[in-house]
Design a protein around this ligand. Structure first.
Ligand code: HEM
Length: 491
């Protein structure tokens, strides 16, 4: 009997060792092997994040399936982590590789491919986006197109989100392909449809990254069906085909030494390095890079602008104050550019407050620990995935007075000058992988905001209240719910 009791005690002890979170890992929700911590239905995922932050403070973990996810809620800790080499890479997830052996492009890639594409893209954005460039002209043209589009529906409810998305997507087309599409161009309609399908199809595809063992429970064809692999691959192929056509058209009309856009720039770089055995530049990688720029630069900027119009509609006194500044600084018929920024402190304050309050990329983009290491005094195992708690940091009273309020004044000093506050402000991320389109996004936000609000006023529809809660269908991106606004032309 004694032997059985001792054996049972040893078994229990060993079982607990297997189930227990290893010593010195960050506090949080460990759950069970294979499934991790599965939350009870009820609270939203953002409520869970809020509660975990309240309970554990600056850093906590949540094991989802087999994947250890670490959430960083402290600005300094985040800045320290994302400036360190061992937290620079993206996870080796199928979600990021989408049917390739290694991730291509720039958002999901690592090592030399990432390094080369990031350097190349930053240089292109600098060369194509400065001064009186075609890119600035495209932003101005699209801003006026929006004014025109919104003015036509004056008096009725005006849908906001879709026209903004069309305008912003066209700016990216100008950057990468030197062209813009009309709203009713069948190519644009097809492009939009594939874009949406691709984003929608990816959720179940992530099963293999979080619950990889599920594939051993069923025949391969069923697992593929479960993860919607055929849909992901089919939409990816159609998406890439779109870009290959563009690339080949560019190649046929390229004049060496005279790049018209980012695709031309890449093709020239590719040609220049064709005898280098270590080159990472090739046609397929270019197609992925172009796709990345659309995926990373379109929804983000257009949703930020949509949020801004919602915030200004619900805060008419702030909208009026912004318009007073615009009337004083911008002459009739003129459109602001980056050069006007120093004279538009309130406009800058409204833009920054929108980026803070909306916290669009609510849990950042994933970074993986590429080796066993430590952070904030805790052990971070190789393979753990770090998340930026953008929403939490942007609403943390340590950094923000009355964080729930939309208050552009927090960005101004006593003399009304704009103060670029950095502590606790992370809409574009921090460190080595900080958003590479930040300068373009800031230019777009300034030109769109000043052009639209100089000419138009926005309000909720009569008798209606705007829903300012994020779309619940995607807890990781804080997207505005599509709604109509009442638009009036300013006289
Ligand atoms: C308001 C607009 C935007 C917001 C809020 C935003 C936010 C972000 C965030 C949070 C990241 C992740 C940083 C990290 O990994 O820690 C990111 C990465 C990135 N963004 Fe943006 N972004 C915006 C606009 C743009 C635009 C206009 C472009 C380009 C056309 C762009 C291109 C990228 C790319 C390529 C990356 C990946 C960088 C890398 O992995 O090295 N973004 N962005």
């Amino acid at each position: 009997m004694l032997v059985e009791v001792v054996l049972f005690a040893v078994f229990l002890f060993l079982l607990l060792q297997v189930l227990k979170k290893p010593a010195n890992y960050p506090p949080g929700r460990w759950g069970l092997p294979l499934v991790g911590y599965v939350p009870l239905p009820g609270p939203t995922i953002q409520d869970h994040f809020r509660n975990l932050h309240k309970k554990h403070g600056n850093i906590y973990l949540w094991r989802i399936g087999t994947q250890v996810m670490v959430f960083v809620n402290d600005f300094r800790l985040l800045r320290e982590a994302f400036n360190r080499q061992e937290f620079t890479e993206r996870p080796d997830w199928m979600l990021y590789k989408t049917n390739e052996n290694i991730a291509l492009g720039v958002v999901s890639s690592n090592n030399l491919i990432w390094h080369n594409n990031r350097r190349f893209s930053l240089r292109q954005l600098r060369d194509l986006g400065m001064g009186k460039s075609k890119l600035v002209e495209a932003v101005q043209t699209r801003a006026m197109w929006l004014v025109d589009r919104f003015s036509k529906r004056v008096g009725n409810g005006t849908p906001i989100a879709l026209p903004i998305k069309i305008a912003i997507t066209n700016v990216i087309w100008q950057l990468v392909g030197g062209k813009q599409f009309e709203e009713d161009d069948p190519k644009m309609t097809e492009f939009d449809a594939i874009f949406k399908e691709f984003l929608d199809s990816e959720t179940l595809y992530a099963i293999q990254d979080f619950l990889p063992w599920v594939r051993y429970l069923m025949p391969a064809f069923l697992f593929k069906r479960l993860t919607k692999e055929h849909v992901v691959i089919n939409t990816l192929d159609r998406f890439l085909k779109f870009f290959y056509e563009e690339i080949d058209e560019h190649r046929a009309t390229l004049i060496p030494g005279e790049p018209r856009d980012l695709i031309d720039g890449y093709l020239m770089e590719m040609e220049g390095k064709k005898d280098d055995p270590d080159t990472t530049f090739n046609r397929k990688d270019l197609a992925f890079l172009v796709m990345d720029l659309f995926l990373a630069g379109s929804e983000t900027t257009s949703s930020t602008l949509t949020w801004m119009l919602y915030y200004l509609s619900t805060n008419p006194h702030i909208q009026r104050k912004l318009q007073v500044e615009l009337d004083a600084v911008i002459p009739e018929g003129y459109q602001a550019t980056l050069e006007d920024k120093p004279r538009l402190p309130y406009c800058e304050a409204v833009i920054h407050e929108t980026l803070r309050k909306s916290s669009l990329v609510a849990t950042g983009v994933h970074h993986v620990a590429s080796r066993d290491t430590t952070l904030g005094g805790y052990t971070i195992p190789k393979g753990a995935v770090l998340n930026t708690a953008t929403l939490t940091i942007h609403h943390d009273p340590r950094y923000w007075d009355k964080p729930e309020e939309f208050m552009p004044e927090r960005w101004l000093d006593q003399d009304g000058k704009f103060v670029s506050k950095k502590e606790g402000f992370v809409p574009f991320g921090v460190g080595k992988r900080q958003c590479l389109g930040e300068s373009l996004a800031r230019m777009e936000l300034l030109i769109f905001t000043s052009t639209l609000l100089h000419r138009l006023s926005f309000a909720p529809l009569p008798g209606k209240t705007l829903d300012l809660k994020p779309d619940p269908s995607n807890p990781f991106l804080h997207l505005p719910v599509p709604q109509e606004l009442h638009v009036t032309v300013r006289t």
